[in-house]
Design a protein around this ligand. Structure first.
Ligand code: PLP
Length: 430
């Protein structure tokens, strides 16, 4: 990863040279000492570069990149992306308010999600989102009712379920017929026809999102072809669309996966659009993970080394409540010692947290050269990291730092114990 690199240490206490991990131009050791651990560290340059990879890939095409807020919704992250011209894909009114608070343009927001509540729909209409990605026929009627009552026109796109297998983890696969997401592509023409009849609905597009952490482009292209077939059908009914949104889902390299770049992927998409006569269609994407994941690491301190009968444990101060992905998806994150230790022996460790669950691990059977008190870095933690954290075991949620060159900014303070239960109340006495 380009923004988190090992560099020769400038200060060497014992005159020995050693390499240590930097975030952009700052040694992470310094960040951990200053702000404590566990600590999420983001790189501004990484976020910008990853966003620009999409932007460049579509520079010759009318497009809108709607960053999926759920991947990392920190206000500073949203703000950095908004300054790059990003739009946003949201799934709740909470995310909408975050976009607004971060200075995002509500006119570039798409509102996805299988059960948008009436108050959420009203707020989105009030601030004028780019469109609603409609996930059911019932929702279409609900949005018509709310738009009518507010005397506004709701721009809509149907999120269709193209029934393709994204070949990813079942929990993050969303484009198969038996998933709860989207409208069956075979039903879509009728739903568009119904939408066309409604007084306060304007049809603007079509979208799909087939899953996350995809490692090949084939499922995307299969889905695209099905969407284009649908558009051909709609054209014969006099319904033309302004945009096509192919969702997010491009994977990242956690371990040894080879992943197509946004450019590889989008070149193919654009070729298909030209071949099929849709050269003037606005192209939209909703990337989350591929923008944020590699822009962040999580730092954690080794509390204890515990040599058990079968294996060694490195017990660290971060846990499943801080980074849930290993526990729920058996996800693999690279874990490194932030200071290279050529002088000691490497062993296999399970890197585990202090939470009272056997599922509380960050990595299993990892070769590490590590001593008690060392600082470890868990890579690829910028997406679906902090946002999935909780207070399980009454642990404070971690702090978040954004590095910009040789500057570090606290973008979320470490939670305190008082904050954890500030909104809880006792029953009255007697
Ligand atoms: C989660 C989600 C995304 C982003 O997915 P990534 O795999 O993080 O790129 C995009 N669109 C929708 C509708 C989503 O639910």
């Amino acid at each position: 990863m380009e923004w988190f690199t090992f560099q020769s240490s400038t200060e060497s206490s014992n005159n020995k040279h050693h390499n240590e991990l930097y975030a952009e131009k700052l040694p992470v050791k310094q960040l951990a000492e200053q702000y404590g651990t566990p600590l999420f560290v983001y790189s501004r340059r990484a976020l910008e570069t990853n966003f620009q990879a999409y932007h460049q890939a579509m520079a010759d095409w009318p497009h809108l990149i709607c960053y999926a807020v759920k991947a990392n919704s920190n206000l500073a992250v949203l703000n950095v992306l908004a300054r790059q011209g990003a739009g946003f894909d949201i799934v709740s009114v909470g995310e909408l308010e975050r976009v607004i608070a971060a200075g995002g343009d509500t006119g570039k927001v798409v509102f996805s999600g299988v059960a948008k509540q009436r108050h959420e729909i009203r707020r989105a209409l009030e601030v004028g989102v780019h469109c609603f990605n409609i996930e059911s026929e019932q929702e279409l009627e609900r949005i018509q009712e709310e738009a009518l009552s507010m005397n506004k026109v709701a721009r809509i796109s149907l999120r269709v379920n193209p029934d393709v297998d994204a070949q990813t983890h079942p929990y993050i696969s969303t484009g198969l017929k038996d998933n709860k997401f989207g409208i069956d592509i075979d039903r879509a023409p009728d739903v568009y026809a119904r939408a066309a009849e409604l007084s306060h609905i304007e049809i603007v597009g079509v979208d799909c999102h087939i899953g996350s952490q995809l490692t090949t482009t084939e499922p995307f292209i299969d889905a695209l072809d099905r969407l284009l077939m649908l558009m051909d059908k709609l054209k014969t009914k006099g319904i033309t669309l302004k945009h096509l949104d192919i969702g997010g889902g491009l994977g990242i390299q956690y371990q040894d996966e080879t992943i197509p770049s946004p450019s590889d992927y989008l070149v193919t998409v654009k070729e298909h659009l030209v071949q099929r006569g849709y050269g003037d269609l606005t192209l939209m994407v909703e990337p989350g993970r591929s923008i944020a994941a590699q822009a962040g690491i999580m730092l954690t301190r080794v509390e204890l080394i515990k040599p058990a009968a079968e294996k060694k444990f490195a017990i660290v101060d971060a846990a499943m409540n801080d980074l849930l992905r290993p526990s729920i998806y058996s996800a693999w994150h690279t874990i490194v010692n932030t200071v290279e230790r050529p002088d000691i022996e490497s062993h296999q460790y399970d890197v585990v947290g202090p939470v009272c669950e056997s599922g509380d691990f960050l990595g299993k059977d990892r070769p590490l050269t590590v001593l008690e008190g060392d600082l470890l870095a868990v890579y690829s933690a910028g997406a679906y990291g902090f946002v999935m954290s909780s207070n399980y075991n009454s642990r404070n949620r971690a702090a978040e730092i954004m590095v910009d060159g040789d500057q570090a900014y606290v973008v979320r303070q470490r939670e305190t114990i008082e904050e954890q239960f500030a909104s809880e109340r006792l029953l009255p006495e007697a």
